[in-house]
Design a protein around this ligand. Structure first.
Ligand code: IPM
Ligand code: MG
Length: 371
């Protein structure tokens, strides 16, 4: 018996999560385990009505689950950043979901903008660090000449941070990236273990030639951790170059491990080469805590309620959720059914089809039931 927390969120979030849940429920019946779901009401509506983003008691409640199934957040009525930081990033940080696992895989029958590339050429995984780097939220803005002192304590690793700013500039904005040895070690270890189970190749992506303090530390840790995995082939790539190689030679990659912000950027590129945002899933993982699975696209408010949103990334994220819960056969089954739905042409408009959001969910669920 597994209990899963559900956060539909904003925009198309609730409609795609409904389809994902449908498929998960059927997979439980088919593969012999029971799944219970509890819905949590978070997002723009609640925020606008009550001013609440992520109340303490909700966090406490969510902490009882091993997995959260997350739709999307983001709404035009709310200033950009409030919901993203106050809900999505807050969940990732609070539950210390230090791995953001993003498979980049071209499924058969999906078209990629990369001419001549086949499914066997595009099959790698990005392991994005998910709690540090430029996402730590240390920054500020000043107008006019002033002196300011900033001290921020990151609860996570007990990092205390002090900064004096004495500025004569008309206006400045700054944002500081932080990498810790332990924060790097744990995510790089995760990536090594994953590479060991895959094709044995691990690429570190950074920008150590310019941001040499933070990514210099990252590289040092990468070298130390990978020394414990003599069977792996390892390499360093700079992030600018890797965007070029993702396009030119995606077949080169197996597992890519990278700090938070570069991971954010290169996984949108990855999503596009695997057939678009409608097909890109992600898992925010804390191997010993509460993890969270989501499509990596946003809430797409302009498509809300029209029944045309593509639920495939969400269904795929559901497969990752099952895998995380140890239901490997069911996870495989869901992904297989998703692939079959594509081959059968049961796809939404963004993938060139005419199926509705719920048609896709129904079809994939029916295929899982017949497995
Ligand atoms: C992602 C998104 C988020 C991120 C935003 C919405 C906070 O772009 O999951 O990739 O930057 O991590
Ligand atoms: Mg992103």
């Amino acid at each position: 018996m597994h209990r899963v927390a559900i956060i539909g969120g904003d925009g198309i979030g609730p409609e795609i999560i409904r389809e994902g849940r449908k498929v998960l429920e059927v997979s439980g019946d088919r593969y012999g385990f029971s799944l219970g779901f509890d819905e949590f009401d978070l997002g723009a509506d609640r925020y606008l009505a009550t001013g609440e983003l992520l109340p303490e008691d909700t966090l406490k409640e969510l902490g009882k689950y091993r997995a959260i199934y997350f739709g999307a957040i983001g709404d035009e009525r709310v200033k950009p950043g409030i919901l993203e930081k106050g809900i999505l990033l807050a969940l990732r940080f609070h539950f210390d979901q230090y791995v953001n696992l993003r498979p980049i895989r071209l499924l058969p029958g999906v078209s990629t903008p990369l001419a001549g590339k086949k499914p066997s050429d595009i099959d790698f995984v990005v392991v994005r660090e998910n709690t540090e780097d430029f996402y730590v939220g240390i920054g500020g803005r000043f107008k006019g000449s002033q002196k300011a002192t900033l001290e921020i304590k990151r609860e996570l690793y007990n990092v205390k941070f002090g900064l004096d700013i004495d500025s004569d500039a008309e206006e400045i904005g700054y944002q500081i990236g932080v990498i810790t040895r332990e924060g790097s070690r744990r995510v790089i270890s995760f990536a090594c273990d994953l590479a060991k189970r895959r094709r044995g190749k691990l690429t570190s992506v950074d920008k150590a030639n310019v941001l040499s303090d933070i990514y210099g530390l990252w590289r040092e840790v990468f070298t130390e951790v990978t020394a414990g995995y003599p069977g792996l082939t390892t390499e360093f790539n700079f992030v600018d170059a890797v965007t070029m190689w993702f396009v030119k030679n995606p077949e080169w990659f197996d597992v890519v491990v990278t700090p938070n912000m570069f991971g954010d950027i290169i996984t949108d590129l990855g999503a596009m080469i695997q057939g678009g945002m409608g097909l890109a899933p992600g898992g925010n993982i804390n191997p010993s805590g509460t993890s969270m699975f989501e499509p990596i696209h946003g809430s797409a408010p302009k498509y809300k309620g029209q029944g045309i949103a593509n639920p495939m990334a969400t269904i795929w994220a559901g497969s990752m959720l099952l895998d995380h819960l140890g239901e490997h056969e069911a996870a495989e089954g869901v992904l297989k059914a998703l692939g079959q739905s594509i081959l059968d042409g049961v796809v939404t408009k963004d993938m060139g089809g005419s199926s509705r959001t719920s048609d896709v969910g129904d079809y994939v669920a029916a295929l899982v039931r017949k497995q």
